[in-house]
Design a protein around this ligand. Structure first.
Ligand code: FMN
Length: 379
């Protein structure tokens, strides 16, 4: 398979994990396609056609989000590995990163499911490793909610066991602090070598240390270049010690329109119907342990913070004309060496994705991104 250039930007598409994504606007919920098989598959094939390198499917199990659910915010969300399998069946090239929790599963479950996803897709699967952040999820599994840093300690042992189950053909005999696993998984083993791509999104000290040791990419909520630099510096200090190459992936929100000021106007219109109850519920769920969200609450106070969390303010904003958005992305690659970006579209229809082609063309012209070949590896 052709390898992408090492300095080429890899562009990920944040697949809808609900009728709306990170901008909890009732208008956005009304205007986005219904979340059903045909629409989701059309979206995935369009993303591949347009040229996105990969898709990212977030997932969690529970939440107390009744108002959010009723309005379609962050809901309904198809279970990520199952949706990934459906997408692999109708696409040829695009990578699909899907979420598995470490906290509530056993390593053999994820080793077996991940191997199936990666082998079935001929090496197009990646794992978004999450530890879970809500006590509601733990309760659903009949478990006590494990403390933040200990969840990362569990995740480290979990990933280690999964990797051994992927790699070793002889039975393993693991008797660790949190997990026991004796034996081997049956074939298939992952097609990716040395293993499928591992991504995480925890920016706390423990989360960054976890990414530095185990992952290829750290997706990060950072609204500007300074914030991205500071995550990059913290990660860089850790990887300088272990020699690993882990990239920082900005999580961005994109709204692109041809006319000057049109995208900003559209965005402002969406925010007029921001659903405060939904934003409050979702914020409440994640406040338990997401440090960046908690810091925002401390800094802004409750009302402003709910609004900021519900309106995508915490993310890198790619709102403007194709030229403006392309220019920002080109600057990111030049100034802070961004190699991966994950883009969320608040109005995520196939037409919205096609509208992003103009940005991709400009990036290609500038030489920072190349249209993936039919046989290119997704990362
Ligand atoms: C882009 C992005 C995607 C995420 N996807 C998920 C997800 O699918 N499931 C989940 O439980 N947590 C998800 N998270 C939360 C992270 O895994 C992590 O729990 C959170 O960022 C807090 O990490 P920290 O405590 O190390 O700061 C995501 C976070 C970000 C920024």
């Amino acid at each position: 398979m052709a390898q992408p250039a090492a300095d080429r930007l890899s562009i990920g598409y944040f697949f809808p994990a609900g009728q709306t994504n990170h901008v909890w606007s009732d208008e956005a919920a009304r205007r986005t396609p219904r979340l059903n098989r045909d629409n989701l598959l059309e979206l995935a094939t369009t993303a591949e056609e347009v040229g996105f390198d990969s898709l990212f499917i977030a997932d969690n199990w529970s939440g107390h989000q009744r108002a959010a659910e009723l309005a379609g915010h962050q809901s309904p969300a198809f279970h990520a590995p199952l949706l990934a399998m459906g997408i692999f069946a109708v696409t040829q090239r695009i990578g699909v990163i899907s979420t598995f929790h470490t906290t509530h599963h056993k390593p053999a479950h994820v080793a077996r499911m991940g191997a199936t996803l990666d082998a079935f897709s001929s090496g197009r699967w990646g794992w978004n490793v999450v530890t879970g952040f809500s006590d509601a999820e733990a309760a659903l599994f009949g478990e006590e909610f494990v403390e933040h840093d200990e969840r990362y300690a569990m995740a480290a042992e979990f990933v280690d066991v999964v990797q051994r189950l992927w790699a070793e053909h002889e039975p393993i005999d693991h008797d660790g602090r949190y997990y026991r696993a004796k034996g081997r998984i049956k074939a298939p083993r992952p097609a990716s070598t040395p293993r499928p791509r591992l991504v995480s999104a925890g920016a706390s000290e423990a989360g960054t240390a976890f990414a530095a040791t185990w992952c290829d990419e750290l997706v990060t909520l950072a609204k500007d270049e300074d914030a991205l630099r500071s995550v990059g510096d913290r990660l860089g200090a850790l990887t300088a010690g272990n020699g690993r190459d882990v990239s920082v992936t900005p999580f961005a929100i994109a709204l692109v329109r041809d006319g000057e000021g049109e995208a900003e106007e559209e965005y402002a219109r969406l925010l007029e119907s921001l659903n405060p109850q939904a934003a409050w519920e979702i914020a409440g769920d994640i406040l338990g342990s997401i440090e960046t969200a908690r810091a925002m609450f401390d800094k802004l106070g409750e009302d402003k913070a709910v609004r900021a969390l519900g309106s995508g303010e915490a993310m890198l904003q790619l709102v403007g004309t194709p030229e403006q958005v392309a220019e920002r992305l080109i600057r990111l690659t030049g100034d802070i060496g961004t190699r991966n970006i994950l883009i969320n579209f608040p109005l995520w229809s196939p037409a919205e994705l096609r509208g992003f082609s103009a940005v991709l063309d400009l990036l290609a012209e500038a030489g920072v991104w190349t249209r993936p070949d039919a046989d290119a590896k997704p990362w």
